[in-house]
Each structure stands twice: as C-alpha cells, then as structure tokens.
Design a protein around this ligand. Structure first.
Ligand code: WT7
Length: 695
C-alpha cells in the first residue's frame, strides 16, 4: 500500500462497527493534473474589476457575516429566513445536526416546526408584492426565431393548472413524480407544480436511456410521469416519448405500473403530434388536459424538513444514489446564494445554461432565481447551434445581466473565433459564473478577456448535487479573484481540509475536502438507503461530511479544488461513476470484464477510457468497439459513452484481486514512465501487453 493512500486502517479507526469502507480514494499525490496546472502554471493575474455588490461593501462585511454564520447558524439563517414567507413560524431552537456516526444517526434539521412552500415563495409572493407582470421565463427554442415569454402571473397560473391536474390523478403530499422533459418552460413549471402540492419530484435528464429512466421511476415508485414528445438539439431530433415508452415497458415487466403519463407536445422539435405513440388509458396530452384546469390552486404548506426533491447522481460504487433535499433549508440557501453570488435582484435577466436534469438546473435555474424574482432564460438548444455565436446572440437579445455556464462550454467555444463573441453587444453583462469542474487558466483567461473584456467579475462556484447550493465561491466585488480558485466559503459553510488519517490541516496545504457542520441545504439522506448515506459521506472522516474532492488551500485561505479523488469522473461537468460504465459494458455478451478510468480531455475536462477484456476467442475489432459503446449508450445514455476502448487481455489486478486503477489511469494518460510500484500485480506482464496494444 502506498504511503499517501487513505489507508484502510485509518478508515477503520473512524468507523463504527460493521460499516463498509467509505470510498476508494486516490492518493493525494496522484490527484488530477488540473492541480499541477493550477500550482505550476504561472498564476494568472485577475484583472481588477470594478463591481459594487448591492449588499456587501467589502471584505469586512463578509468576514463579519461569515463569522456569525458559523458561530450561530440558527440565528444567522433564522434572520435570513424571515425574508421568505412561512405559513407557520419555526421554533426558536430550530437547528441541529449530527455528522458523527459514532454519536448516532446522521441528521440535519433547519427551521424545525416551520411550515412553508417553495413554489409559493418562487411565484405567489412576487405576484402579491406587485411583480406579477415581470417576466419570469424567457424561452429560446433550439432554432433561432422561436421564443416565448411568461410573466410571473402567467407562470403561476400554469403551475396551478398542472398542480390541479396532479391532484386529480391522486398525487398527494410525499408522493414521487418523475419528470423527463427537455428545456421547455413546462419543465420548471412541472417542478414547481409538484412543489406546490408537496409532491417530491425526480427529474431525469432527457438524455438518459430507457433502462436508467426505468430504474429511477421504480426506485421512488413514481406513479405519474411528466414527459415531452420530442426535442431538437442542434440539427438532431430526438424522440423522447419512445424512450419513456420503453422505460415504462421495462418497469411493467418488472412489476411496476405507471398509471399516467402526461405528454407535452414540443412543436419546436419539428414533429407533429401524430408521430407520437400514445398508449390508451395511460398517456394523455398536456394541451388537452391542462388548459381546462383552474388557474388557481391551494398551496400545500409543508414542514421545513419534508422532502422537496430527489435527484439521482453517481457515486464510486453501485447504482446511482437518490440524493434527497428537504424544503426549508434548501429554499433559504438556494435563494441566499443566488442573491449574494449573482447579486440577483428582482427583474434581473439571468441565464444559467445548465439543464434542469442536473442539480445546477434545480437550484440555479428553477428555484434560486425565482426566489429572487429574477427573469430567467430557459434555452432549449445547444450553444454552438447554428453557430458558435448563439450564446452571445441570446445574451444580446434578452440583455442578460448574469451568465452562468460550465468550463467545458467555454473550452468548446474558445477555439472557434473571437469574432463570434465580439460581433454581439454584451454590454448588459455584469457577472460571469462557472461551475462543474476546475476551470483551466486558458478557459478562465478567454472568458474574462474576450467575453468580459477584462471588466467583469467571474464567480467560480464549487458545490455538488449533495450540497444543494454553492459552498465555496467568490462574491463579486467583495474579494479579489484568483483565476482557478473557488476562493472562500459561503456563509454557513465550514470547510475542513484533512490528511489521509483524517487529521485537519491548518493553514496552507493540500488534502481531502470535508465540511465540518451542516449548512441549510445539506443532503438529508440517500432515498431508501440511509446506511449508504452515512457510509458514503460520513464514515470516512469522523464527524465530517466528505465531498469526494481534493483541494489545496493557499496562504490567503483561498481554496483550489483539484477534482475527484474517488472513482467518479467528471465529463463535461457531468458526474459519471466508473462502476456504472463498467457494469454497462459487461452487459455485452462478448465482454468478460471492464475497468473504466478518466483521462484528461481537451474539451470535456475528462474523457472516459474503458479497458475491456473479452471472452475466450473474441477479438476487439472496430465493429465490436462500436457495439460496446452502443451498449453503454443504450444502458446509461449517450453522455456516458466511452471515448476510448482499449483491449486488455488481463485487467491489471493485484494478487488479492483488486483492479489497480492507479496504473490504468497512468496508461490512459500516456504517463507510463510514472507507473510507480507495480510489484503487487498478480501478473506484471500485463502492463507491457497493454502498452503494446494501445488503440
Ligand atoms: C462535482 C460535483 C455543482 C453543480 C455541477 C456538478 C466538481 C463542481 C466545481 C468547481 C471545481 C467543481 C467537483 C464536485 N465541481 N463545481 N467550481 N471547481 N470542481 O454537480 O454532478 O454533483 O458534481 O463537480 O468535483 O465534487 P455534481
């Protein structure tokens, strides 16, 4: 065992009896290249930008508020929560948490005793305060020229209609509803309608395969599915309804019946209604069912700790986890981070390019901006269609003020000519944001200099599906940026950097990134598996939430996220578990075994590198490679398709049968000169074999 490794002994020391090992962490020294890039590359200087935050005068304000938020979280968040509507006030002693497995069940509570409704706070509150005529959703279709505007009043009416329909199907507080839709106004509307009646939504990104849809529907037992007929992404039309049909067939064969599927006809996909297959008795059209519903509906006042949504995400092992967020804390933190990090105020035109199928689209498209009363761009298409100028055309058209995107998108645009950017008026832009993976210096520089003309603050926001909201992030105009650093913790967030023994490192250094105490939007559980929740996040380091990321802290206390240290890869800002891709590959009859690792990819950040060993007598030709890739696409979704398939006569296992991923990672990154110690391999000859048959 190499010295730097998160040793099993260290893990066991902090483990309660009978819990399994938390994660298969990579040694800190092997942590991603981005780290090396951040440390070794000449540090970019951020241009001095002139931005006045509307709530904070400067660093002292932040320091004061931050201190209070850590020392008195109940008081700090209680004061902020007063800015929202609560039907019933929370108790004085409303917050407590336990992050220590040895002390009992892991739990977090905020605003205990309080009752509220997030959809009410997103919509009704603004309408009642006279902002009903403000634009709420600005939809831009895949093809330029088609758009739609909905005011807060109109959005509220549509949410109420759908809420009434859901109630008519027998959906009650606490029931799960699955949503499989592209980026239409109806997607955030569907989420808000569920929230309004206290139903728990589970949005499934409309790129997941029928198998993945089926397992998510069954895991949370959703009896109703909200879907759309089709979508066009760029030039490609995708029949979404047939994916749902297949998923519901699979479910049905496995004994779970979905009772109703409401289908939104997406005219912008170019196909008419007649091409969509509708099953009698089960499938109904949105435009025949919803318009006749009443545009008002009663609010279901839910308890602060009642569940709001489930969102499945990948981990190092096993099937995807249903991350569960509850209502009150999530609401307050989504709204507060949006307000402070994007300095978002009512009527600001804000654009987050994420899809509602991921956490960014939940917190920073649907909930956070609407809690702030902002005007939200909902974009159906892709940023490079019809040309790489599309993003800036949309910015110009809607006069976007805050723009939030991912490093992968920046990288995909920076090579295609600055004239696409400069040809468009971007004078409305005030804040640029990024999320999803560490941003490399080249992308940061282009974003800042070309898009922002050196005048705009960039907020590099670190957070996760599990954290629900921003955790480490710059506040524009409040402290100086350092390109590549997510800077300092948000209010209420207490990071701890620990070494492989779980000891906290003080001051500058490098370690595993943990969080010491609960923040309002802490993941409350993994749906249906609280044990897995405790094991995954809390068993590794005593008393701490473990993020799965590595980080460095510099002499100014700034955090530099270095990427995942577990077997999760980050492809274009999407989290993919290597174990999931491996099990999908082995579904192919000719594949005996598979091992998947990430490698550096110029656009996606990380690419998927699959080693496969085949059954006796099989050879890996191009046709079989294609079939293997198709198996993954069919089983998980296109975004999880391996970029490289490498035939591995043997899988580099240690004598105890464990795959040596460290070595596989080095071979995938063409760093075979640094393979390190391979003496524990069962058959060291495998290394040479792999090197000699590179694809
Ligand atoms: C993982 C979480 C949070 C919404 C999008 C992804 C990586 C996220 C940053 C950032 C460096 C980042 C981490 C994290 N990540 N933001 N600003 N700098 N890394 O959510 O799918 O839950 O993935 O994304 O590795 O653990 P997610």
């Amino acid at each position: 065992r190499s010295a730097g490794r998160l040793s099993e002994a260290a893990l066991n020391r902090s483990l309660p009896p009978k819990k399994e090992q938390a994660c298969r962490c990579q040694p800190l020294r092997a942590v991603q290249k981005t780290m090396a890039a951040a440390v070794e590359a000449p540090v970019l200087e951020a241009p001095a930008v002139d931005y006045k935050h509307s709530l904070l005068a400067g660093r002292e304000d932040y320091d004061k508020m931050y201190k209070r938020s850590i020392e008195d979280p109940a008081g700090f968040w209680g004061d902020i929560a007063k800015g929202y509507h609560w039907e019933q006030q929370w108790e004085d002693d409303h917050h407590n948490h336990n992050f220590d497995v040895a002390a009992g069940r892991i739990s977090t509570e905020f605003f205990k005793g309080g009752r509220t409704n997030i959809a009410y706070n997103c919509l009704d509150r603004h309408v009642q305060e006279g902002r009903g005529d403000v634009d709420c959703l600005l939809w831009e279709a895949n093809d330029p020229g088609t758009d739609r505007r909905m005011t807060y009043s109109e959005t509220l009416a549509e949410v109420c209609r759908l809420a009434n329909w859901l109630r008519a199907q027998g959906i009650k507080k606490g029931d799960a509803v699955a949503i499989y839709m592209p980026m239409l106004c109806e997607l955030p509307i569907a989420m808000l309608a569920c929230a309004r009646i206290g139903a728990v939504h589970s949005v499934i990104f409309a790129g997941f395969s029928p198998e993945s849809i089926a397992s998510r529907i069954q895991d949370c037992k959703a009896r109703v599915v909200l879907a759309a007929s089709a979508v066009k992404r760029g030039k490609k039309a995708i029949d979404l309804k047939s994916m749902v049909d297949k998923a519901l067939d699979v479910s049905s064969k496995e004994g779970f019946e979905v009772k109703k599927c409401l289908v939104c006809h997406n005219a912008s996909s170019g196909s008419g209604k007649e091409v969509t297959h509708m099953k009698d008795g089960r499938d109904v059209w949105w435009d025949t069912e919803i318009p006749s519903q009443k545009p008002e509906s009663e609010v279901e006042w839910v308890h602060s700790e009642d569940p709001l949504f489930l969102l499945y995400t990948s981990g190092s092992t096993g099937k995807p986890k249903g991350v569960l967020h509850s209502t009150g804390g999530y609401m307050v933190m989504a709204g507060t981070t949006s307000r402070y990090v994007f300095d978002l105020q009512p009527g600001d035109v804000y654009w987050c390019t994420a899809d509602c199928g991921w956490i960014t689209g939940h917190t920073y498209l649907t909930y956070g901006p609407l809690l702030c009363g902002a005007t939200n761009v909902v974009f159906e298409g892709t940023p490079t269609y019809p040309t790489p100028a599309r993003s800036w055309q949309v910015v110009e058209k809607f006069k976007v003020k805050q723009y939030y995107t991912a490093p992968t998108l920046i990288r995909s645009l920076l090579g295609s000519g600055n004239e696409h950017v400069t040809a468009h008026d971007r004078s409305s832009l005030k804040i640029l944001g990024t999320v999803g993976e560490p941003i490399n210096p080249e992308a940061w520089k282009w974003y800042s200099e070309v898009v922002g003309e050196g005048k705009l603050p960039i907020v590099d926001t670190w957070w996760q599906t599990e954290t629900g909201a921003h955790m480490i992030t710059p506040l524009p105009g409040v402290f100086p940026a350092k390109p590549g650093s997510a800077t300092l913790p948000f209010f209420g967030v207490a990071p701890a950097m620990v070494n492989e023994h779980g000891h906290e490192i003080q001051g500058p250094g490098e370690g595993y990134l943990c969080i010491k105490q609960a923040w309002p939007s802490t993941i409350r559980t993994i749906f249906g598996d609280h044990d897995r929740y405790e094991t995954t996040y809390f068993a590794g380091f005593k008393g701490l939430y473990f993020s799965g990321d590595g980080c460095r802290r510099d002499e100014d206390g700034y955090y530099w996220i270095t990427g995942r240290v577990d077997d999760v890869i980050n492809v274009s800002g999407h989290r993919i578990g290597t174990a999931e891709v491996e099990s999908a590959l082995t579904l192919h009859p000719k594949c005996a075994e598979a091992a998947v690792v990430g490698y550096e990819h110029p656009i996606k950040g990380q690419g998927i590198y699959a080693y496969v060993s085949l059954r006796e007598g099989e050879a890996l030709d191009d046709a079989l490679k294609k079939e293997l890739v198709m198996t993954v696409r069919g089983n998980i979704g296109a975004f999880a398709a391996p970029d490289v398939v490498h035939w591995a006569p043997g899988l580099l296992k240690t004598r105890s049968g464990k795959i040596m991923r460290r070595v596989l990672r080095k071979i995938a990154s063409k760093e075979e000169s640094q393979l390190g110690d391979t003496s524990t391999l069962a058959d060291p000859g495998v290394v040479d074999q792999l090197l000699s048959n590179r694809p």
